[in-house]
Structure formats: structure tokens, C-alpha cells
Ligand binder design. Structure first.
Ligand SMILES: Cc1ncc(COP(=O)(O)O)c(C=O)c1O
Length: 365
């Protein structure tokens, strides 16, 4: 019995007819670029998240890049991001001619508000909070800090579709938020796709221009922008999948609580936790910290239990950011990375699969 980390074929087969029909409609309508399904998705995703505006784009990295560009931050100013995130968060900053500063994380792996405060200076123009693994970052504290220092708060919600704080969906706390619909995400397309949500009409207008060559109408370009449009085929797929998102998140929550209940007696494992009663975690990843990780991985491999590491090293430990390592080397994020291990989670898992993973881990210990 093997356990897959992700099973996109199984997901497809469960909704095959709807997906096939939606994709076929794009072909018969031949509206491949900025087609009907794209508008429909922007409306539905704005409604789902409770945001006033949704601007679709090519991928989550572009969503972050476009948000930063729309904010017109002072050239050469700095943006604080967490040390443990996917590289895209940093790339968006650097590719806008801005400087990145890495903040430490707390035990929930999300950016530490205290670390953000310690790193603030006149040069900082924005903070990007990443809702890592699907757990919302501490937005209330971060909002207060950013407001007090008059800097922008942006959300990287690439891993947190449908997550909430006190009934409010992630994506609605900062000035604007980026989502990725990379296939493996909780809401994933059949290729690259992304979106920006915001409650600010000016940002929405600018982001919309930027994502489509700064174009107001054919061959009229108000500003130089990007070619970052969501393909109509991707929007058609997402329109189908969005209807299942809450059901899938609920299934992920069932898997996560089964893991937490059953693995808690193992003292060599630090389990992920939901950081408050008002939090809805979307469990994009179920990431534990474990001693003897490499040996456990060998054992899981023998049992054909797929797994991941998010991420093998923090960004300041990457060759691209070595100059940052000196102020980050004492970070909790750096001390965590040799122990991180992501177990399979997703709507493809049944309780018997979770029990098999748990039993195999118990066998190891
Ligand atoms: C935290 C985070 N930010 C940004 C991105 C970038 O999204 P995309 O791959 O759609 O460009 C990802 C995707 O992996 C991510 O996990």
C-alpha cells in the first residue's frame, strides 16, 4: 500500500465530466485569451474571498510582482518577508528594484511580528506576510505594526486559499494579496495561474492594466506592463474546482486532526498546530519537525509513503541570498529547516491512509 503526497489524477477523475465540458467550451468558444471563463472566475473568486476586486494573472509570482509594482514603492526601499518561504516572495521584491530583508518565524512557521518590529527602519516600505502551509499569519499584530509605521502590508496567500481569521478570508487583511493556482495548491489549475485580490479600487485598476500590457483597449497602452493573463482554459478549470474548495478544505482538516490526535504521543515529533480558535487552516501542507528526519524518510520510502520538505533550507541559506545569512544565522527558521518534513495531506486521503502513515511512523519510533 503506497500513499501519494498529491493525487491530481484522482481529483480529476472525481470531476472529470465537469472539467472536460468546461475545457471543451473554451475550444468551441475559441476565446483562449481573456475569455468568458476568466471574467467568471474573477467574479466568483472575489465573491468567495469576500474581496471587492479580483484581478487574474499568469501565476502567483506575477501576482506578487504586479502588486508591488502597483504600489509604486520608493526605488531601492526595503520589503520585509519571512526567511522560510518559496523563493517567489523574494523574487517579486528584487525584480521590482527593491531590497529584501528576511524576518524570522514563530513556532507556527509564520513571520514573527516581533522580528518584523526589530527589522523596521526608515528604508522599509512594505511587509509581505506569507500564510505558510495554509495557516494565516498573525495579521492583527502585523496590521497594527504596519499602520503605526505607515508602511504597506501585503499578503502572499499562495498557500492559503479559503483560510480565515475570525470568519474573514485571508487576502483581505493587507492592501492586496497574491494567490497561486499552481496545480498542487489546494485550489490548483491545470498549469500556471494566479490572482490578486484587493479592496482598493485604484490598486485593482492598476494591477489589471499591468497584467495585460498596460492596455486600456487594443493597441492603446497607458503604462508599460506585463503579459500576465490567466489563460481561459485555466479559468474554466478553476471555475469548476472552486465549487469543491470548501469540501476539500474540510477533508484536509479531518486528515490534519487525525494526524494530530494520533501522533501526539511521539515526543520526537513537533506537530503543526492551529494557532487560535478563530483560525480556519486550509492545510496546504502538514509539516512536522522531527529528529532523525533522514532515517524516518528512509523508512517512509520503504513503505512507499510520499513526503516533501518545505523547504530544505531557508532563503538566506540559498546561494542567491548568501549576503543575508549573517543576520539570519541565529533565526528559529534556520534552526527548524533540518527537521522539517511534510506528510501527505489532501482530499485524496481516507482515514485508513492516515492510519497507515501513522502506524508506519509508530513502527519507526
Ligand atoms: C508562498 C508562495 N509564494 C508564491 C508562490 C508562487 O506561485 P507560482 O508558482 O504560481 O508562481 C508560491 C508557489 O509555489 C508559494 O508557495
Amino acid at each position: 500500500m503506497g500513499i501519494k503526497f498529491l493525487d491530481l489524477n484522482r481529483q480529476y477523475l472525481a470531476i472529470e465530466k465537469e472539467i472536460d465540458e468546461a475545457v471543451k467550451n473554451v475550444f468551441t468558444g475559441s476565446d483562449y485569451i481573456n475569455g468568458k471563463a476568466v471574467k467568471e472566475f474573477e467574479i466568483s473568486f472575489a465573491k468567495y474571498t469576500g474581496a471587492k476586486h479580483c484581478v487574474s494573472c499568469g501565476n502567483g509570482t506575477d501576482a506578487l510582482t504586479i502588486i508591488l509594482k502597483s504600489l509604486d514603492l520608493p526605488a531601492g526601499s526595503s520589503v520585509i518577508i519571512p526567511a522560510n518561504t518559496f523563493i517567489a516572495t523574494a523574487e517579486a521584491v528584487i525584480n521590482n528594484g527593491l531590497k529584501v530583508i528576511f524576518a524570522d518565524v514563530d513556532d507556527d512557521h509564520n513571520i514573527s511580528p516581533q522580528s518584523v518590529e526589530n527589522l523596521l527602519s526608515e528604508k522599509v516600505s512594505a511587509v509581505i506576510a506569507v500564510h505558510l502551509f495554509g495557516q494565516p499569519a498573525k495579521m492583527n499584530q502585523l496590521e497594527k505594526i504596519c499602520k503605526k509605521h505607515n508602511i504597506f502590508l501585503i499578503e502572499d496567500a499562495a498557500q492559503a486559499h479559503g483560510a480565515e481569521i475570525n470568519g474573514k478570508k485571508t487576502g483581505n487583511f493587507g492592501i492586496a494579496s497574491a494567490f497561486s493556482f499552481y496545480p498542487g495548491k489546494v485550489l490548483g489549475a491545470a498549469g500556471d495561474a494566479g490572482a490578486i485580490i484587493t479592496n482598493d479600487p485604484d490598486i485593482a485598476e492598476k494591477a489589471s492594466l499591468l497584467s495585460n500590457h498596460g492596455r486600456t483597449e487594443k493597441y492603446v497602452h497607458k503604462i508599460p506592463g506585463f503579459n500576465s493573463r490567466m489563460d481561459t482554459i485555466q479559468a474554466a478549470v478553476l471555475n469548476v474546482k472552486l465549487k469543491y474548495l470548501d469540501e476539500w478544505i474540510e477533508k484536509r482538516n479531518i486528515v490534519a486532526s487525525a494526524y494530530i490526535d494520533q501522533l501526539s504521543p511521539i515526543s520526537d515529533i513537533s506537530l503543526p498546530f492551529i494557532s487560535g480558535d478563530d483560525i480556519r487552516h486550509s492545510w496546504h501542507l502538514f509539516t512536522i519537525r522531527v529528529k532523525n528526519r533522514e532515517k524516518l524518510i528512509t523508512h517512509l520510502n520503504k513503505k512507499s509513503i510520499e513526503h516533501g520538505i518545505h523547504y530544505p533550507v531557508t532563503l538566506p541559506e540559498q546561494p542567491a541570498f548568501t549576503s543575508h545569512y549573517k543576520y539570519c544565522k541565529g533565526y528559529k527558521a534556520v534552526s527548524f529547516s533540518p527537521f522539517l518534513l511534510s506528510l501527505p495531506i489532501g482530499e485524496h486521503l481516507e482515514i485508513k491512509d492516515v492510519n497507515f502513515v501513522v502506524r508506519s511512523i509508530f513502527e519507526f519510533f
